[in-house]
Design a protein around this ligand. Structure first.
Ligand code: GLV
Ligand code: MN
Ligand code: MN
Length: 411
């Protein structure tokens, strides 16, 4: 590629700041832009307008993935990320990858230079998994289980079919978004690291070597409601106590028997009937587990299940485990990793190879094409919170590294 070609930071910054206004919380800090919600759909309309203004052809597929394309023929080199956020999230998770991708394609379009292969930017649906993790890229990769669609629901009970219908989509059509892998040459995604490692190492670019797999499940303990004042402690079949013991022991298991970087989280606890004077007969935990090594992930998943059953027996109650989503760990493509490293070298940027502890759409793309990612440092390692940020210069460096990587991959 020609040496001086570089992205426009002022334009990218303006785009990031505008997107951050869709779904801004009333406190003016965090952003809540769940997939299919009115702010998400307004953001999609805005994004489509920006893509068209950048000279791209645009469309939306049956899974609600939004695309912008530069150039004809194929196969295509893809980039992108997501525009949905976690509740009370920040301005960069996902948004950076989409808007940096748009910025790169616009820069290339305006420069009049064309790589050999066409380029495409995607905003994938429901990456954050309000209904199920990595929904849009999963559908695109042909890995959506159609039988589960009617059962997918958010933690507040809203069904995916209803949320998609409100946004003008038919959820049952989502599997039609499956791509033809022959039409894709490679996928590379820019993202904030969302952790502390790059900042601590003072390295501007992370070359992602692999992405963790993830298990999300409802773990439901069912015991016996009883009078909380009169029932002797030894008689109680208290669903909350069993759940609490499970949470602490599962954490201990993951820390002591995992890979050293295995993690687990209990993101929601519901206790029923939920009053002071009744022993809880029901406790539901939203449990998540992540690990890079597929064998370790499978072992930990089985050990957690055995632990839940053992604790249920001890407390003389029942336990059920219902899977919400599963994603498998992937290794990034050496070809894409080399392209990122070569691009960074051209820009005289130091790199560090690292795993991704967060899930990303690149995981699904890795099953259909050569896929990889590059990270930029996150201030204080903060993410999934309103004060998630990266330095604007770090954003500029990362986006220029993406631009050069796209040229390497597209020839
Ligand atoms: C996506 O943000 C994830 O939960 O890893
Ligand atoms: Mn993300
Ligand atoms: Mn996220």
């Amino acid at each position: 590629m020609p040496g001086p070609l570089a992205i426009s930071l002022p334009r990218l910054q303006a785009h990031l700041e505008t997107l951050a206004r869709f779904g801004k919380n009333p406190d003016g800090k965090g952003i809540t832009r769940s997939c299919w919600s009115p702010p998400h759909e307004e953001a999609r309309t805005w994004l489509l307008d920006r893509m068209k203004a950048a000279g791209l052809s645009t469309w939306i597929d049956e899974a609600g993935n939004t695309f912008g394309r530069l150039g004809n023929g194929g196969p295509v080199v893809m980039t992108g990320s997501h525009i949905d956020t976690v509740p009370n999230g920040g301005p960069l998770d996902g948004a950076l990858g989409v808007l940096a991708g748009l910025e790169c394609l616009q820069t290339i379009h305006e420069s009049g230079t064309r790589p050999r292969l066409p380029l495409m930017v995607a905003a994938w649906s429901d990456e954050e998994g309000r209904y199920t993790g990595l929904f849009g890229s999963r559908a695109f990769a042909g890995k959506l289980d159609a039988k589960r669609i009617p059962h997918l629901r958010a933690a507040d009970g809203e069904r995916l079919v209803d949320a998609m219908a409100r946004a003008g989509f038919n959820a049952f059509d989502a599997p039609k978004a499956r791509c033809n892998p022959k039409t894709i040459a490679a996928y590379v995604e820019l993202h904030i690291e969302q952790g502390p490692y790059l900042e601590a190492a003072k390295v501007p670019i992370g070359v992602v070597e692999g992405i963790v797999g993830n298990r999300r499940q409802w773990v439901t303990f069912t015991g016996q409601a009883d009078h909380a004042g009169t029932t002797p402690m030894a008689w109680r079949r208290d669903a909350f106590m069993a759940a609490a013991e499970y949470a602490l022991k599962a954490r201990h298991l993951i820390v002591t028997k995992g890979s050293g970087r295995s993690v687990t989280n209990f993101g929601r606890v519901e206790v029923g009937p939920g009053v002071a004077n009744i022993v809880p007969d029901r406790c539901v935990l939203l449990h998540e587990l992540r690990e890079l090594d597929p064998k370790v992930l499978l072992r930990l998943e089985r050990q957690c299940l055995a632990l839940a059953k053992q604790i249920a027996r001890k407390w003389k109650l029942k336990v059920t485990v219902e899977s919400i989503s599963r994603s498998e760990p992937v290794r990034c493509s050496p070809r894409v990793m080399r392209a990122v490293e070569a691009a960074a070298a051209e820009l005289k940027l130091k790199v560090k190879q690292m795993p991704s502890g967060a899930g990303h759409d690149a995981q699904n793309l890795a099953t259909v094409t050569d896929a990889g990612m590059l990270f930029i440092p996150s201030q204080g390692g903060r993410s999934h919170r309103p004060d998630e940020m990266s330095d604007w210069r770090a954003i500029e460096r990362g986006t220029n590294a993406l631009l050069h990587t796209l040229f390497k991959l597209a020839g």
